[in-house]
Design a protein around this ligand. Structure first.
Ligand SMILES: Cc1ncc(COP(=O)(O)O)c(C=O)c1O
Length: 424
């Protein structure tokens, strides 16, 4: 079968501009940190395949647990039924999340995890008879591609065709150490807290807008203020969850506890589609009523799919191993060493890292954004060297599976230096 010809004739890939598009590579196998194509070429997956993979590709431990689940119970309607793996997974999640979070609502991807969070927060106030329906979101945010998630995301090339249909949000800058910033936030909350239902943020790292990072201290301050004004806090940990920032969750690095956390991507170790939105008991209780209209009318056919939940439980088993955390620590240290080495280069606008995430913002005479022309050169350059890197415009980032070796990391760093050398 000529797979590529059929793909080009009949498949529409996401985020892909078909005019002058490169032919996709036919991935036929995954093996640890490598993806192998039909020609036998091996690529180090430096981006964990869209930030989902934790323990390497085709992990045999997860595969066995998925197989066991497939031959036990592959799916069951999650209304009126429950199943062991959904319950076991809820216990794993709650054991590591801030301890005020007590209720797990399952869905099937990051956008829906956020969509659920937004609806959950808005209906919470509605059920209580309080007229709060505004949401505060950050500039440069990315929360997904459904309409609610797009609404709270930044307005840019991703959302422009739908702009008139998206709901308005109150937009603030990411928290940072600046007296005037805090005065403005205080003023905003003072003026509008009666209307503000929730604040949504990607804690510590704003992924899709270029791995922009901000401090835990500033995040804590923002969340504390929101809490004082009875604004629900939604932490979109779709990207930052499961060890990426050096702790199980980015929210673990602050003292203030969010009211809702959204998870997906790494939740199954990168094997199955699953989302989860976890909230406090207080939010859940606002939905318990003799009045049926107070029900949370939201769900998906594959909500809490048992195979996905089994994969997630298996991934948690691997995440709990000391060896995994040693790997996370050594990736963190190696990223930091590399950032220190190159950050003063005149060709670099900024180099930053947090946990296993490292980002290099390259300088050219264009603005930093997704359409920066440097971006088109990055993919082919690294593929030719056996590395999968998918930049965010002029931001090259590395966010590898935790099983990556020091040798493989160094191969990536050397290739990045070689790429930087090609910039005028
Ligand atoms: C922080 C964040 N939220 C939500 C999403 C959307 O997740 P999904 O692609 O699974 O819909 C992403 C995807 O990159 C993300 O980084």
């Amino acid at each position: 079968m000529n797979y590529i010809a059929l793909d080009q004739q009949h498949i529409w890939h996401p985020f892909s501009q078909y005019k002058n598009a490169a032919t996709p590579l036919l991935a036929v196998k995954g093996e640890g940190v490598y993806i192998i194509d039909s020609e036998g070429n091996k690529y180090i997956d430096a981006i964990s395949s869209w930030w989902v993979n934790l323990h390497g590709h085709a992990n045999t431990y997860i595969a066995q647990k998925v197989y066991d689940q497939l031959t036990t119970l592959e799916h069951v309607i999650f209304d009126g039924f429950t199943h062991p793996k959904a319950i076991e997974l809820s216990q794993h999640l709650l054991s590591q999340l801030p301890n005020n979070l007590q209720r797990v609502f399952y869905s099937d991807n990051g956008s829906t995890a956020n969509e659920v969070a937004i609806k959950m927060a808005l209906q919470y106030w509605h059920n209580k008879g309080v007229a709060k329906n505004k949401i505060v979101a950050l500039h440069n945010a990315y929360h997904g591609d459904t309409f609610g998630s797009m609404s709270v995301s930044a307005r840019n090339v991703f959302t422009q065709a739908f702009e008139t249909l998206l709901f308005e949000v109150i937009r603030i800058n990411a928290p940072h150490d600046d007296e005037q910033y805090w005065q403005e936030i205080q003023f905003l909350f003072d003026q509008y807290h009666h209307e503000i239902a929730a604040l949504i943020v990607e804690p510590l790292v704003q992924g899709a807008s270029g791995m922009l990072m901000y401090s835990a201290t500033a995040l804590d301050k923002l969340w504390k203020l929101a809490q004082q004004y009875e604004i629900l806090i939604i932490a979109d940990e779709v990207m930052t969850g499961f060890g990426r920032t050096g702790t199980y969750f980015a929210s673990n690095q602050v003292t203030t506890q969010p009211d809702i956390v959204c998870l997906s991507k790494g939740i199954t170790g990168g094997t199955m589609a699953l989302g989860a939105t976890i909230c406090t008991e207080n939010i859940f209780e606002a939905y318990i009523s003799n009045d049926k209209r107070k029900t949370f009318f939201h769900g998906h056919s594959y909500t809490a799919n048992p195979i996905a939940c089994a994969a997630a439980c298996a991934s948690f088993d691997l995440l709990a191993l000391d060896a995994t955390w040693q790997q996370i620590q050594s990736i963190t240290a190696e990223h930091q060493t590399f950032v220190n080495k190159i950050k003063d280069s005149p060709k670099i606008k900024d180099a930053r890292c947090l946990g296993t995430i490292m980002a290099i913002e390259l300088r050219n005479n264009e603005e930093t954004n997704y359409l920066n022309s440097i971006g088109t050169r990055v993919g082919p350059f690294f593929l030719a060297q056996g590395i999968l890197i998918r930049p965010l415009g002029n931001v090259i980032y590395v966010l590898p599976p935790y099983c990556i070796t020091s040798k493989e990391l160094n191969k990536i760093y050397t290739a990045i230096e070689a790429f930087i050398d090609t910039i005028n």
